[in-house]
Write a protein of this length. Structure first.
Length: 930
RNA sequence: GCCCGGGUGGUGGAACGGUAGACACGCAGGACUUAAAAUCCUGUGGCCCACAAGGCCGUACGGGUUCAAAUCCCGUUCCGGGCACCA
């Protein structure tokens, strides 16, 4: 058989689609397996060669599980709301719905050409009203629930109202995070609650809802005209577009993810995820245990500055306190003489953009308030400062300055001449040595510290916490770096909030039977620059009835992507986000494949949503993704040409150093194995049409370098082109052959020939099939069963690159045989089918098999055919391999030792020396020690 | 600065502590062909030796553990990723 991918690939793709070969259904009695890809954002650029890496891997796993008899769910969809489509709309005036639809169509076409086994009937698109109806529904559920810390789960807000009515809020009032600011609700009794106005009640309840509205400092991006979540900001600029981000106090919707911090942290342990990924989440959550300590402002102890510290042991080393500029306490304590300077400092610091603040990280600045607080243990007066190195959004927005044991405090104290008091002695250090830097290790012995003198750090921490609690000046507390998720965007292309406000400005959710609240048509997408998004321009939509105003914010990108894995289970359900039966059947994603860039954003939000749905009894699981695999990035492999300065002459790479030249990127599609196709180059680059070329060995050799894939570097490779030139099966196998899945690697087409040749050889080996053969002979069986064993083992370990090698080795060995029994090749086809499904299907049918190869059972190897009767024994003298012997595999170690020592080569190496020890590792190696 | 990964031929990469370099690319030589492409065969880590036989050196660097180390431990260095005033 000749390999004709252009003919067979479309043919089988059509066959699979027509016969619904990959359809998934619930409750078939077979075990289920749910394998998922991180769904793409359908960008205008289409798929590039890096995208499919993870998709191919999941496709292989999916197909493998089908062969093993699992009922597989392997869906695909699109994360279709988001900024790029809207930015494009602003530039071109084309509606995002339209461009998004076009892009999706293109993506689907590209994915289908890759021969993926997706069940397209289950496709979800987050911008589809039938989908976002349920995103809105979910938001409504979050709005109507609060988090009961005692029960550690979400409960209906009605139950909280009941509690308030009966007993007031005592015990439910502490440290609620609202926006970025933590606060304590004033305590009220049940009777007081009954007497509150409905407005007051609504605003109190708002502080408890899991989806709530609050004023908070947010990341405002002027250029994009919207706020951004913390994980959408990198290095003080927006992740998309790199625009500056400033801090602004705005009224926003938030999701109270912080209530789930402990569970999100603790439940990581049980997940089968890469350790690095779990670490990133742990860092992001940033749980730390410490002491909340009060420094009274006067002897009456009516008011105090509260600080949070993870180093209570250093409390006797405190020489100053520092407030964040956002902490309004300074207004209360600053004496009039100091007020103007302090006010000026705070105003300036707060207005600084994220970027400015980051740029000044190493610089020290601050201002003395003129006020003093009292040390809770010694009663000493401690000066209070304000400095922007203290963050308003973390802890209490105030720290105790211990310059001897904190490098920031040390820098600050040095700069402003504040005393430095050492209280921890490092192990093995001499006393009275002046500190030149802060000693921050949690190791050593306490000195100058009253009741904790002589204790080690860890003991001292516990002792101080106990003593602070006993004296009533503080209590143990766990703090989190994690902030509540900003859920508002002042943009058009996102889910509208199912929220309206009454005359009093109280927020109400739409009745569920009015969902979806459709995104209204609009043709001017430009941001307003005001807190109100583009939807605010639609006066009639915003005010559908007198006294009623709709929310004009829309939801962020992660709204739809945080729960899509549930929708795949039951994508057409009109009555629920997914039906009970489907949820119970598919439960959770068994394998999730995607990039590390979603480590904290998407994966954390998805876990949060799942836990919430679990709490309210809708999800049977409380973690969405059982196992997670990261695919590495596919990097570009750029090529370069060298043009002489001031001349239209290009010089080959190795001759370039002899000339004065400049290096230029050249389109990698004009280069093969680093040799420039000069004719193509002349045609593609107008300036080069008449250029001269200085060659080496008759060729123009290009330089190369690994860089990120990007248009400007001319190193983008489109999968369509690769499929056109070779085939989908080639691309699939080649991407797997490139190396371990999780490793980043450069894309280069050199090497792809090997895969293409292999596939041609697979097709050609059909010529060796002998249908008159009564049964496979032993040689066939040994090759086949070794291959089955190796591939099965490697697949179980997701080692796809070595699978491809083993397929090649098996084929090479088959070529050494005269004939093959049809069964042998059919079985080999099954092994091949996850990797090259089109060719496998073609040969399967060529051999006259019924139905799709997809449904063929995975072969089981027979152990006795995976072992050779004779095995090589390398013999080493003192660990150095000197010669090798072929011996029966089942020979006893004693006999091996005798045979080896009797061998003339052994005699030669030993000469007259007596072996001190002989180590025989059965079936492996012999080592003679002299 | 801190926390994770990772350094193996010209290239991508293999290697339960057990013959380092599987498999593939590239390259060289050969066969087929008028020729090219395609295909097939042989060789291919470095050094020494005319060849062979054989030997020596080799998994970033320096030590260690072990009969045996790319693999385990300690230190150094370089590259990639994440976090970065989180008290």
């Amino acid at each position: 058989m000749e390999y004709e991918p252009k003919k067979i690939e479309p043919r089988w793709q059509e066959y699979w689609e027509k016969n619904k070969v990959y359809r998934s259904e619930e409750a078939t009695g077979r075990p289920k397996y749910y394998v998922l890809d991180m769904f793409p954002y359908p960008s205008g650029a289409g798929l590039h060669v890096g995208h499919p890496l993870g998709y191919i891997a999941s496709d292989i796993v999916s197909r493998y599980h089908r062969h093993k008899g699992f009922n597989v769910l392997h869906p695909m969809g699109f994360d279709a709301f988001g900024l790029p489509a809207e930015q494009y709309a602003i530039q071109t005036g084309r509606h995002p719905a339209q461009t998004t639809h076009e892009n999706i169509t293109r993506f689907i076409g590209q994915l289908k050409k890759l021969g993926m086994d997706y069940d397209w009937d289950r496709m979800v698109v987050t911008s589809d009203p039938q989908y976002y109806k349920w995103t809105q529904w979910l938001f409504i559920q979050l709005f109507h629930h609060w988090y009961d810390r005692k029960a550690q789960r979400a409960r209906p807000i009605r139950e909280l109202e009941e509690i308030f009515r009966r007993q007031g809020n005592f015990g439910y009032h502490e440290q609620l995070l609202t926006g970025n600011l933590e606060g304590i609700e004033p305590i009220f009794s049940g009777r007081e609650w009954e007497n509150f106005s409905s407005l007051t009640r609504a605003s109190i309840l708002m502080n408890y809802r899991l989806a709530y509205q609050s004023y908070a400092y947010v990341n405002w991006c002027e250029a994009l005209g919207t706020v951004l979540a913390n994980d959408e900001v990198k290095d003080g600029v927006s992740e998309r577009g790199g625009h500056p981000v400033e801090r602004r106090l705005m009224r926003q919707w938030f999701l109270r993810i912080t209530e789930y911090a402990d569970r999100l942290y603790d439940d990581l342990d049980a997940l089968d995820w890469p350790e690095s990924m779990k670490e990133m989440q742990r860092h992001w959550i940033g749980r730390s245990r410490g002491l909340l300590l009060r420094f009274p402002l006067n002897k009456q102890k009516e008011e105090a500055i509260e600080v949070f510290t993870t180093r209570p042991d250093t409390v006797f080393g405190v020489t100053f306190l520092t407030l964040a500029p956002e902490n309004h306490l300074w207004k209360k304590i600053t004496p009039p003489a100091y007020y103007p300077q302090v006010e000026a400092y705070c105003t300036k610091a707060i207005q600084k953009s994220e970027r400015e603040r980051q740029a000044e990280v190493r610089q020290v600045n601050g201002v003395f308030t003129g006020a003093f607080a009292l040390h809770p243990f010694t009663g000493e007066a401690i000066p209070v400062w304000v400095s922007e190195y203290v963050l308003g959004g973390y802890g209490t927005g105030a720290v105790m300055g211990v310059p001897a044991h904190d490098s920031r405090d040390f820098r600050f104290a040095r700069h402003y001449g504040l005393p430095i008091r050492q209280v921890v002695m490092p192990p093995d250090s001499a006393e009275n040595q002046e500190l030149t830097t802060a000693y921050e290790e949690k190791m050593g012995t306490l000195i100058n510290s009253e009741f904790i003198n002589g204790l080690d750090v860890l003991q001292a921490i516990e002792a101080v916490i106990r003593e602070a609690e006993r004296r009533g000046v503080g209590q143990q507390k766990t703090n989190y770096r994690l902030r509540d998720a900003n859920f508002s965007r002042q943009r058009y292309w996102g889910e509208p909030f199912p929220i309206y406000y009454d005359q009093d400005g109280v927020a109400h959710t739409l009745p569920e039977d009015q969902l979806p609240l459709l995104l209204p048509p609009l043709d001017d997408f430009r941001p307003t620059g005001r807190p109100e998004g583009p939807l605010g321009k639609l006066k009639e939509w915003v005010h559908p009835a007198p006294g009623i105003r709709r929310e004009t914010d829309t939801m962020p990108g992660f709204a739809g992507s945080s729960w899509y894995f549930f929708r795949y289970m039951d994508p057409k359900n009109q009555k629920a986000f997914a039906g009970r039966e489907a949820l119970e059947y598919w439960r959770q994603v068994d394998l999730y494949i995607g990039g590390t860039e979603h480590a904290v954003g998407h994966l954390l939000y998805a876990r949060f949503f799942t836990k919430f749905l679990y709490d309210i009894g809708l999800s049977p699981v409380n973690e969405p993704f059982k196992k997670l695999l990261n695919q590495g990035m596919i990097l570009g492999r750029s090529n370069f040409v060298y043009r002489l300065k001031e001349s239209n002459t290009y010089v080959s790479k190795n001759l370039a150093p002899q000339y004065d030249h400049i290096r230029l990127h050249v389109d990698v599609n004009l280069v093969h194995n680093d040799v420039l196709d000069i004719e193509a180059f002349r045609k593609a680059v107008p300036d080069a049409a008449t250029a001269e070329f200085i060659l080496e060995d008759g060729q123009y050799i290009c330089g190369w370098e690994v860089e990120k894939m990007s248009k400007s570097r001319l190193n983008v490779v489109n999968p369509d082109d690769v499929i056109e030139q070779y085939s989908a099966d080639t691309l699939r196998m080649y991407e797997m052959f490139l190396g371990p899945l999780e490793q980043s690697k450069p894309w280069s087409t050199s090497g792809i020939e090997g895969i293409y040749r292999y596939l041609k050889r697979v097709a050609a080996i059909t010529e060796k099939v002998d249908r008159s053969k009564s049964a496979p002979d032993e040689k066939e069986n040994i090759i086949l069963h070794k291959t089955i064993k190796a591939i099965t083992k490697d697949l179980e370990q997701y080692s796809f690159n070595t699978c491809v090698s083993h397929l090649m080795i098996g084929l090479n060995q088959f070529y050494e045989l005269e004939t093959l029994h049809p069964d042998t090749l059919a079985t080999y086809c099954v092994l091949l089918s996850p990797f090259a499904p089109h060719l496998a299907e073609e040969i399967w049918h060529y051999l006259g098999r019924e139905g799709s190869v997809t449904h063929a059972p995975w072969p089981i190897y027979r152990e006795e055919w995976t072992r050779d009767a004779i095995t090589p024994y390398p013999v080493a003298i003192n660990g150095k391999t000197r010669f090798s012997l072929e011996l029966p595999a089942d020979m006893s170690p004693e006999e091996v030792e005798r045979t080896v020592l009797a061998h003339p080569m052994a005699k030669r190496w030993l000469q007259d020396r007596q072996p001190r020890k002989v180590i025989v590792v059965k079936g492996r190696i012999v080592n003679i020690v002299v």
